[in-house]
Design a protein around this ligand. Sequence first.
Ligand code: SF4
Length: 737
Amino acid sequence: MEHVSAVPFGMGFTKPHNYREVLRSAWDNKRQPLFTWRILRDGVCDGCALGTTGLRDFTMKGIHLCTVRLNLLPLNTMGPLDIRVLEDVASLRSVSSKDLRSLGRLPYPMLRRRGDAGFRRIYWDEALGIAARRIRAAPPDRIAFFVTSRGMTNESYYVANKAARFLGTNHIDNSSRPCHSPSTTGLKETIGVAASTCSYSDWIGSDLIVFFGSDVPNNQPVSTKYLYHAKKQGTKIAVVNPMREPGLERYWVPSVPESALFGTRFADAFFPVHTGGDIAFINGVLKHMIEKGWVQDTFVAEHTTGFEALRAALATQSWEELERQSGLRREAMFDFADLYVRARTAVFVWSMGITHHRFGVDNVKAIVNLGLAGGIVGREKCGLMPIRGHSGVQGGSEMGANPKDYGLGFPVDETNADRFQGIWGFRPPTAHGMTAVGMIDAAHAGGLDVLYMAGGNFLETLPEPDYVQQALGRVPLRIHQDIVLTSSMLVDPAYAVLLFPAQTRYEQRGGGTQTSTERRVYFSPEIPGRRIGESRAEWEIFMELAERARPDATKQIHFEDARAIRAEIAKAIPSYDGIQGLSQKGDAFQYGGPRLCEGGVFPMPGGRARFTPLWPPDSHIPEGQFLLSTRRGKQFNSMIQGDVDPLLGAHRRDVLMAQEDAAGLNLQEGDEVLVSNDLGSVRGTVRFAPIRPKNVQIYWPEGNVLIRRGIVDPACEMPDYNSLVRIEAIRSSRVGP
Ligand code: SF4
């Protein structure tokens, strides 16, 4: 396997300093060494959705740990904040979100009424009483719940789902909306399942792994260990992405001595498409495969429908058009097809570079088309994997914290309402439920009375933060359930804002479960140790509020403990049968088994998967403008952990652009620029990056001010996180003549 350098530890290269991070984390967690160690040793990581049990996983032997987890640890181990800082929120408005978090854990329920300068401590009884009265007084259609995935367990998602329906509303959504909702929609409509069809272990020994719009070294760091072992067995890696991501080019895998010392070269081929050029690129690959007779005809004939419609659609698309829309010459498409056809097995992995578009569902369907044409679904070392970035997010929608489903496999309709009435003892509503995007629009229009947000921060995650701020300020009662302070809690209330202090997943009685990207449901035990003030298990708060709002029917919503919730999940959502038996560290099961659609049998009409004829969306970039996308640096979701992106060496205010674009604007590296459109502007510093010309990137969520709200994928309401911008010099940092 090819090393990166003979110089040990990548000295002289821009790369993460993993061992230094370990030491820094040890220092950050020094106040609770035993508690910290127990969380690491026994808990399921609350970082990304790769999944752990303690410091192990089910894919490979050896330690499973990364700096994302270490950087999140202080949230689980730090002490309470001094609630006096909340007496006047004006002084907190200029504090960064990072510094707000570091003030400490929320220890008590807090209340701020309209006109108050800040929050005051109240008791749970009063807090729940205020919330329950407001909920009782509100028509159910004016109550909404948003449940983010920060450490959230399946149990908490499930009880939130049930509580929302119990209170008469389907307005419940979770953070998979601005994440992988196009994947669940696109997969469900084409292959009948809405999750990864394969396991991580299918990477190792596969002939080819393709990353579409996915930068796993940054977002799922331990996956680099899997890639190392895959490469060792001869796997080829291809990357389809506007940016030649350095972490996918080469990485120093800290848990593999050889790689930690000399680095490992990963990608064998990069295909730098235009941002949003994936459909055109894939269509070109398919067109070439058809022309060459490289499609897996037997698989297509026996296991799919719609191929002729796809073939006909591709016949109308000229190579010139596909080249223009994808940004790549046809020879690059031929090269990809060549790589693909030589592979007997292949796994396609994708992330937000695919989903964060107004045509994210079609992007996913294009990947499915390619996978079906090569027959790579339902076989060993093969599969389609929408890799998840948040630990709990796979389970969020599957537990029914979703406006369109009561639970995995049970869309909101009359038949399923009857079914859930049989389990729950009350009939859930069947009216249309709002997504997160719809909730903010409804709030802005004065259409919500109560907005209950468990975790998350819409101010940082949705486009046009000023609009979101106005929307939040118009909701009479906002409830923020969280472990720490966020900027959205500081938005002035229309009537009142309540803060509900939550426990982390490690503190909740009876433990909890989490579902990983590969559909493995892990048990994370309750970790003995210190607790914070009056913080409570998230599921208990949802439940008790529902009981207080409808005291006539408490039996229908009451759970004695987490075990009782798991027992009910097993009944309500049969795919999760087995969850009722999870009770110890290390307990886990993979629903659906290692692979879904095994043998090419799809849970679709006739057992056949469906091809989709697709036409590339117009990706024309007007003269003088650039197509902006947003990227993640040293951060976890919107939580920024450091100013420097360790993989690129870029600072958060850097504007990443191709050197030839900069030259066209007479700019040099280090020049100050204004990136703007009719929504707003961001000041930044030019940094040359290996990105397709005419495409630029800035960091998110800072870039949200340039992203237009209301442009969403109509099939799932995923916001389009890309935008056309202009770039102009402010002043030159150059000295000399
Ligand atoms: S790769 Fe993901 S699951 Fe594994 S330790 Fe890091 S953040 Fe946690």
